[in-house]
Design a protein around this ligand. Structure first.
Ligand SMILES: [Fe+2]
Ligand SMILES: [Fe+2]
Length: 279
């Protein structure tokens, strides 16, 4: 039964290791009931690389229902034990057809069927199938199976994300970017109504380089030496977007950036308590 006028969807950027999971847990413990659906990019959940069953169970317990992926989805071998049995765990749809898992899903929320697609960019990334042509096919496939579509474009290049968003403008409700781990300030509605942000940012240690500790990063970048990236510890920040969908028109009415930082826990908590009280 379709009863509600607006759906509020929280989409979180890449969750990086324990600090990322912790800050997401803190935010959702307080505010999860304000959202009709919570989606997160989970490619870096397991100490920065991949996703384990334990991580997945923990994130589900926080209230997250759908998990998108990216170039790190298969970093942990154990994902092959469960990905085919998890209807709401995605890997990029433009991997070869024989790749385990799925690139899209449909979840029913308050009587509305929401199609969710995960696609990997190709610029400075793996040479997968064209994100544009794969998106064309999936939008066509989901047209009859869903009320509206949200797409996570996991890509390095801002131009590629913007090009895909404009290519699909009016055909999907919202396109959100992930992978660079740095939130962009360009959230908007495109001319034909699709909600868009180039990158949602990440949920990770705040004093870090995209969630990784400085010594390993600098060893590689300054000295040009091989070096293992380790998760950064310390206070963490959660980044994502709130997507509002008008259920009568099946279109996006707003994309708003969400940021919640343990370094400003009291202020950020007060801000969101007030925000949800007023909206
Ligand atoms: Fe990532
Ligand atoms: Fe990535």
């Amino acid at each position: 039964m379709n009863t509600c006028r607006f759906l509020r969807i929280l989409f979180l950027g890449d969750i990086v290791g324990a600090p990322g999971r912790r800050v997401v847990g803190k935010f959702l413990e307080l505010f999860k009931d304000n959202f009709d659906l919570i989606i997160a990019n989970a490619e870096n959940t397991a100490h920065g690389f991949g996703l384990t069953q334990k991580n997945l169970d923990e994130l589900k317990s926080f209230g997250i229902s759908v998990f998108s992926g990216g170039n790190h989805t298969f970093d942990r071998k154990e994902i092959f034990n469960f990905i085919d049995n998890e209807p709401y765990v995605l890997r990029p749809a433009n991997y070869p057809p024989s790749t385990p898992g799925r690139g899209y899903t449909v979840i029913e929320v308050k009587g509305y069927k929401i199609g969710i697609i995960n696609i990997l960019g190709r610029v400075f990334m793996e040479p997968l199938e064209s994100p544009f042509l794969v998106a064309d096919n999936l939008v066509e496939t989901l047209k009859n199976d869903s009320d509206f579509i949200i797409l996570d474009i996991h890509a390095e290049a801002t131009a590629e994300k913007m090009a895909l968003a404009n290519y699909l403008d009016g055909r999907v409700a919202a396109i959100v970017g992930s992978h660079t781990h740095v939130q962009t300030a360009d959230e908007r509605l495109l001319p034909n109504g699709t909600g868009y942000i180039t990158d949602m940012g990440c949920c990770a240690a705040y004093n870090s380089v995209i969630g990784m500790a400085l010594p390993g990063v600098l060893n590689r970048m300054v000295k040009q030496l091989p070096s293992k990236f380790e998760i950064a510890e310390g206070v963490a920040q959660m980044c994502g977007v709130e997507i509002t969908i008008d259920t009568s028109s099946k279109t996006c009415t707003a994309v708003k950036r969400v940021r919640f930082n343990e370094a400003n826990l009291d202020e950020d908590t007060a801000y969101y308590l007030n925000y949800f009280k007023q909206s």
